[in-house]
Write a protein that binds this ligand. Sequence first.
Ligand SMILES: Cc1ncc(COP(=O)(O)O)c(C=O)c1O
Length: 434
Amino acid sequence: MRIDIVHPGADKLRYEIREIVEVANRIAALGTSIVWENIGDPVAKGEAVPEWIRNIVGEAVRENHSYAYSPTKGVAETRAYIAKERNLEGGIKITPDDILFFNGLGDAITKIYSNLHPRARVIGPNPAYPTHSSAEAAHAGAPHLTYRLDPERGWEPDLDDLEQKIKTHRDIAGIIIINPDNPTGFVYPQATIRRIVAIARRYQLFLISDEIYSNLAYEGSGMQKLASVIGDVPGIAMRGISKEFPWPGARAGWVEFYNRDKNAVFDRYARSLLHAKMLEVCSTTLPQQVLPQVMSDSRYYPYLAERTARYARRSARATAAFGAVPKLIAHPAHGAFYQTVVFKKDALNDRQTLSLSPEAAALIEPHIAHATFDQRFVYYLLAATGVCVVPLSVGFNSDRDGFRMTLLEPDEAQFDKTITTIVSAARTYLASNN
Ligand SMILES: Cc1ncc(COP(=O)(O)O)c(C=O)c1O
């Protein structure tokens, strides 16, 4: 090449949640059946989308206008429905023009960071959902800046750490929270969000709240949307249907802008996102067409409540089982459908092993040569048992070792078996060479 054509941020793009699939497929070819615990897709994991939702989609499929482009911001009736619902909840008031649809939040996340001023940084949680941390790091061509979620305190964010970093890094222009959080299942208590809003106000920052799991917060979790506490601070809330309906293949999500009228620079930035979307014409039409009918159906919220009750029960069982291992830390999830387990400090080293067939050992050998400690455990677990989870370090940009599994397995006996398998493998691994 006459000049380098690789973007300086290219090495920052990592999605271990899917990268591990390649290795798992090769383990499967050796005859081990894989228990896929890596991806948060309820449908792929066997949850049935309710028939009444599929019927609504089926009817929309027969409508000719479902095949058309939609307005760049999104279908007008759908944005009107979302704005009305948001305004009924109290808190900040929005109009349909404060809403912008994307092809899933993955698309929204990419655009949010790539359209920021090259100098502007957004600080996010550690551990972090990798699309946010990778896209922000790629935008900056530098490692993602993070504040700590503390596993020793039930994943409460360390707000002193957050404020200290904001003081030190003068380029930080925004804070992101994921609420309910992926991968920890943490739900930000109202007092914590209020303190984060106060920090944003004090340092003149904008806020992003990824609320893709907000309708999957468990009963009693105290879930509060950003809209209810943001006051006059500029902010963006992110929502979608991938996890709720669930319909991840629809590629439909949206952002809500708060307080554009209070800050001209934020308003200009919001308009730049609209213009970036305009270059692509619009987002997927059909999922937007059905959204109001699905979400306003009397069966919708009872259906979500049933699902979250199941996740809460599974998380309670998983927490009890993992918590019984002295070197592991686990907390019950309060929302979303993930279980994260952390290894206590100094629990892992690079001599621990599980017994493997020579073929399986040869297969993971090149991967563990440069692996982080938790990644090494994850490869051994995969090769020895077929259970495919995601390491926290490389999978979720975390400075703590651990792993994430899902709470999605619909077969309760299989779910319990997976937990028992991981617990037993972790005990053997931890005891193997200390
Ligand atoms: C926190 C979070 N945000 C965004 C996304 C992306 O969702 P979408 O399917 O809308 O691209 C995910 C997917 O797992 C997620 O966990």
